[in-house]
Design a binder for this molecule. Sequence first.
Ligand code: SF4
Ligand code: SF4
Length: 494
Amino acid sequence: MRGGYNVPVAGAPLAEVRELPAPDRLYLPLASRRFDFSDVRVGEGQSVVRGEVLAVDPERFSIPLLAPYGGIVRLGEVEGHIVLDELDASADARVSSGSVSGGPAAGPGGGPAARSTGKPIAERLLTLGAWQYLSDARTGDPVDPLISPSATIASTLRLEPFLAGGEAQLDGALERLARGLEHLRGMAPEAPLYVIVPDADEPLAAELRKTVSACSGAHVVSVPMRFPFDDPALLARYLKLPAGPDAAVWAIPVEGVLAVEAALTDGRPCTERIVSFAGPAVREPVHVRLVPGHPVADILADRLCREPARVVDGGLLTGAVLPPEQRGIDSECTGLTVVGEPTRQTLLAFARPGISRRSYNRSFVGTLRTDMSMRYKAELSGEVRPCIACGQCADVCPAEILPQVIHRHLYADRLEEAQRTRVDLCVGCGLCSFVCPSKIDLRTEFLDAKRVLREEEEALRAEAEAAAAEAQAAEAAQAGEAEAAAAQAGEVTS
Ligand code: SF4
Ligand code: SF4
């Protein structure tokens, strides 16, 4: 693997995981990064138990939004959210383990499973909220429960600054990890299972390697602890796994393996997450255990050391600004990264030697100070400038493409050229944007281009399918006409 860079930025959380006081109400967003839970399955004032299906995403295999606690449903109170009132954390709805091999799983509370797939294990994982953790390694999309993978990549790493990786997720849970891996193996026995572990000397890394090596059929892959070497698309390329529509590669993060274990061993719904709360504007950066819907305002209250603050849903490099109207943690949230909003312009920044600044290209005096982390801030400190062909973006890019060349094509509206120079290989890690001295937002440019190319490809495929269906219908009609004519001719003769 080449490229990559660990951003030396201040504000990382402690490895330990803290519990947060239980909230009075939950605000469950009906949308998250990949899901749109538009099919609401509960009514106003309905009483639900923990793990009950509140809504599903009809476009993505009916992946459900589960009730993290029991409570009373309030609809329409906060736009785009289901509010849960009068919370009851005591009722632990479980699906009986017998249904894994004995037919479709019933939902907690006796309701139907989220989707009938004919595959009992997939149905159980869908019903219990664990299926959402499986994604296509190359696209990041949710995977089809009806299609078996050609390989599975389970990663214990999360290398983006601040987010909770194996060290936070696996504290005291190595046995559960081993059981989860066995379950994954059982779900796709023909497909190789690659388990990504850190190439590090720490005791936890050694213990992890030992645990994984003991799992039958798991291939241990040690990867350097450099961002973004945990990216599933890069790993699939690195492992030279076959690509194409018939060779789906599943990817699952460590919390997903634990969710699979909880669902298949105990029938427990997956309603908790470990979310990092970190960044330079956070007084005490920590990892916290919480449930989706936990009010964002409760998490931020009295914990910021700089205001106004910008809250990012996700990590430092790949997260997106949390919409102000979002009231609760969504069901895919991995972290909240908080940075101070710029309130004033830095005067004569170009004339300062930068004693308190550090950057990738070592152009400031502060680079000589080994004790100093980079200041992560929201302001640009100047304007976006034209590309100066410094090559720093290509230096850090892990996808082995030339971001500056692709940028030139996109800037000139040459989408096909950008595709020829393999913009599709960009994994959206954001390192190029981070190191660019001209402050060009290359990542957003490339992700937009990939989206347009994908939409064009899908439109072409749909057109070809429609044309094929039309041709088939015309052929069938022609055959029918010929048959009718022959029958008529037979009648005339007789
Ligand atoms: S081009 Fe894509 S993969 Fe390469 S550094 Fe930029 S965002 Fe990351
Ligand atoms: S880092 Fe920015 S300025 Fe340097 S080559 Fe890349 S796009 Fe151009």
